[in-house]
Design a binder for this molecule. Structure first.
Ligand code: KG4
Ligand code: ZN
Length: 335
C-alpha cells in the first residue's frame, strides 16, 4: 500500500508554519515566528500578512527538505481555513489552493481550533477517545469533548477575553512587555500566590470570563500606586503569583466540572498558555486527586503550528473530506 503524504500550512495569526505528515506520523514541522510585532505590544494584522508573504515559500521548502519529501510525492495539501486574521489566512489559503491546482491534488480545509485539540494525538502516549481538551491561548479558551477525530464538541468557552489575553493584559498593567504571559509565569515562581485576591467570575455552565479579572487588577493597582508609587516594583513577584493563581483557579474549576459532567477521565491541554508551569502542575495535581490521565503536547505542538493541521487533515483525508478550489478562508467559523 502506498503511503499518504500530506503537506499542511498554518498562517492564521503571526506564525508561518508548514508540516509534512505521512500516514499520521509527523516528519517535519517548521515554524517561522514573526518578530515585527514586539514593539507594537500586540499582533498588527497588516504586518502579519506581509510577513506571511515573505515566509511562506521558504517555510514550505524547509518543511519538505526536513521531511525528505519532494513536491511530486505529496498526496494532498491542507491549510487553516478559519478562524484567524483574514489577511493572514488568505496567504496560506491562496498558496495551498495554487499548489493543489498545480499538482492536481486534493485540498483539505482545516479548522484551527479543532487542530489545537487533535495536536494531542501527535503525543506518545496519545489520549484515546473520548477525551477532554482545555484549549487556552491568546485568542481562545475552550473546553472540547473529543468523541472521535471528526466529532469534536465545544462544551464550554470564554464569553469575553481569552486566558492568554488575561495574562497579557494583566502583564501590561504591571508594565511588562508583550506577550507578558511567559514573564508572569517566570516571576510567579518566586512569589506568594495567596498574597493578593482578585475577582473570580460566577459564570454559568462550563463557560469562562476573564474581563472582570483584568478590571479588578486595574482598580487594585490604581488604588495601591496612589498610596505607594513603587507598589508594583516592590510587589511584582507576589502580584504575578496571585494573578496567575486566579487565572488557573478559574480554568481548573470549569475543567473539573466538565470531567464530572461527562465522566471522561482523559484530560488534555493545548494552546500557548499550556506552557504555563502553574497550569501544568495544577493539571497534574488534579489528575492525581480525581484519577484523571493527563496529557500535555510537546510545546512546539501547543502554540500555533502546521503539524496539528496535518494530523487533522490526515483524519479528514481518510474520511474523504476534501474541499473544492472555491473554498475561502473565514475570520470566524462554527465547526
Ligand atoms: O497559542 P499561542 O502561541 O497563540 C495564539 O494565541 O493562538 O498563544 C499565545 C499566548 C499568549 O497570550 C502568551 O502570553 C501565552 O500564550 N503564553 C503564556 C505562557 N507562554 C505563552 N501564558 C502564561 N504562561 C506562559 N508560560
Ligand atoms: Zn491557535
Amino acid at each position: 500500500k502506498k503511503n499518504t503524504a500530506i503537506l499542511a500550512i498554518e498562517s492564521s495569526c503571526d506564525e508561518t508554519s508548514a508540516a509534512l505528515c505521512v500516514d499520521g506520523a509527523i516528519l517535519s514541522n517548521y515554524i517561522a515566528n514573526q518578530t515585527v510585532h514586539e514593539k507594537y505590544g500586540g499582533v498588527v494584522p497588516e504586518l502579519a500578512s506581509r510577513a506571511h508573504m515573505q515566509n511562506i515559500v521558504p517555510v514550505v521548502d524547509l518543511a519538505l527538505k526536513q521531511a525528505g519529501i519532494v513536491m511530486n510525492e505529496i498526496d494532498a495539501i491542507a491549510f487553516t481555513q478559519a478562524p484567524g486574521l483574514i489577511g493572514s489566512l488568505l496567504v496560506g489559503a491562496q498558496f495551498a489552493k495554487s499548489l493543489a491546482l498545480a499538482l492536481n491534488k486534493p485540498l483539505i480545509a482545516v479548522h484551527h481550533m479543532q487542530a489545537h485539540v487533535l495536536a494531542n494525538l501527535i503525543g506518545d502516549p496519545a489520549p484515546t477517545f473520548p477525551f477532554l481538551c482545555l484549549t487556552v491561548s491568546g485568542g481562545h479558551t475552550q473546553i472540547v469533548l473529543a468523541k472521535s477525530p471528526l466529532e469534536l464538541e465545544v462544551i464550554g468557552e470564554t464569553i469575553d477575553d481569552a486566558a492568554g489575553e488575561a495574562f497579557d493584559k494583566s502583564a501590561k498593567l504591571l508594565g511588562l512587555p508583550y506577550p507578558g504571559g511567559p514573564l508572569i509565569d517566570r516571576y510567579a515562581k518566586e512569589g506568594d500566590p495567596a498574597r493578593f485576591g482578585f475577582a473570580e467570575p460566577q459564570i454559568p455552565e462550563l463557560n469562562f470570563s476573564f474581563s472582570g479579572l483584568k478590571t479588578s487588577v486595574l482598580y487594585f493597582l490604581q488604588a495601591e500606586t496612589k498610596k505607594d508609587p513603587q507598589f508594583i516594583e516592590n510587589n511584582l513577584k507576589d502580584l504575578c503569583a496571585s494573578i496567575q493563581a486566579t487565572i488557573i483557579r478559574i480554568l481548573m474549576k470549569k475543567l473539573k466540572k466538565a470531567a464530572q459532567q461527562t465522566g471522561v477521565k482523559q484530560v488534555c491541554i493545548a494552546g500557548g498558555v499550556s506552557a504555563n508551569s502553574g497550569l501544568r502542575s495544577a493539571l497534574q495535581e488534579y489528575g492525581k486527586k480525581f484519577g484523571w490521565q493527563v496529557f500535555i503536547p510537546a510545546f512546539e505542538y501547543c502554540t500555533d503550528n502546521a503539524a496539528m493541521i496535518a494530523i487533522t487533515a490526515y483524519h479528514k483525508y481518510q474520511a474523504g473530506l476534501f474541499s473544492g478550489l472555491e473554498v475561502s478562508p473565514a475570520a470566524r467559523a462554527e465547526w
